[in-house]
Write a protein that binds this ligand. Structure first.
Ligand code: RIB
Length: 281
């Protein structure tokens, strides 16, 4: 069983020529409301690969919450530990996706602030991010025997939490925010990873977008290339990576084999609009 503690959002996605600048008004070619939230995206990615997944989070008693419950059911994501909150809207993210597939996102937590880790049992395999309260992430880390933290969106976290990480998976900007190192070349990527290892993480995987990922652990380090694909929308690529990585590690695949499999899933995820694979299960 993989416990995914995290957010579930309704994503309001605008297709625009380029992500708008401050003060700019753009005409979007279209918009749509899609399921999202880093937690739900990661839970669905793991479940679609065949893992048994329990989603630990919260949605509102509104139409968006109802829509997300349908997505969980359709993707066989367990909801035993899902809280339905009344009087608070389901989390929502506004997403601009440019013609180059790049995006800008602002997410309002809403009901995600009510996610509770209290039901996660001792010894659990946990995957989480930082769109739910840090106190819940910390509680999950205390219970977990395997703890994968995708530190997104970037926010300050204590070293005691980093030291609980079996795997920590920042992207470049999140790694920069956690370490204070400007990641602008291989040397700085490697230095940032060493910094996180020195603070107690067992494995550090820095995701590098179209380039692939860098993996460092106390025994060594390695770069993994990403396959070249026709990019439509990069939203949720990191989530697809984390969900797939959790699936393969939970299935006792070695880290060296799990990483390229997860990179492949992340690359495929950029070839469709939205954070969740729209094809039927
Ligand atoms: O990582 C992408 C996700 O971030 C989106 O689905 C959005 O909801 C935000 O949580």
């Amino acid at each position: 069983m993989i416990y995914v503690l995290g957010s579930a959002n309704a994503d309001l996605v605008f297709r625009v020529p380029a992500v708008p600048l401050a003060g700019q008004t753009l005409l979007a070619s279209d918009y749509c409301v899609l399921p999202g939230g880093k937690g739900l995206n990661q839970a669905v990615a793991a479940a679609r690969l065949g893992s048994t997944v329990e989603f630990v989070g919260a949605v509102g008693s509104d139409a968006n919450g109802h829509m997300l419950l349908g997505v969980m059911a359709a993707n066989k994501v367990g909801t035993l530990h899902l809280t339905r909150v009344t009087g608070v809207p389901t989390g929502c993210a506004g997403i601009f996706v440019g013609d180059d597939g790049e995006n800008a996102i602002a997410a309002a937590p809403g009901a995600n602030s009510f996610a509770s880790a209290s039901a996660i049992p001792t010894g659990a395999f946990v995957l989480t991010q930082l769109e739910v309260p840090l106190v819940e992430v910390t509680q999950a880390a205390g219970a977990a025997s395997t703890f994968i933290l995708n530190p997104a969106p970037a926010k300050p976290i204590p070293d005691s939490l980093i030291a609980r990480c079996t795997v920590i998976t920042p992207n470049e900007s999140e790694a920069a925010s956690l370490t204070g190192i400007d990641l602008n070349d291989d040397a700085s990527i490697e230095l940032a990873a060493q910094d996180l290892l020195s603070r107690g993480a067992q494995h550090v995987i820095i995701t590098l977008g179209a380039r692939g990922v860098y993996w460092a652990h106390p025994g060594g380090s390695e770069y993994f290339d990403a396959p070249q694909v026709e990019v439509v929308d990069t939203t949720g690529a990191g989530d697809a990576f984390n969900g797939a990585l959790a699936h393969h590690l939970h299935a006792a695949t070695s880290m060296r084999e799990a990483i390229p499999l997860a990179v492949q899933i992340a690359s495929i995820s950029t070839t469709h609009v939205g954070a969740i694979d729209p094809s039927p299960l």
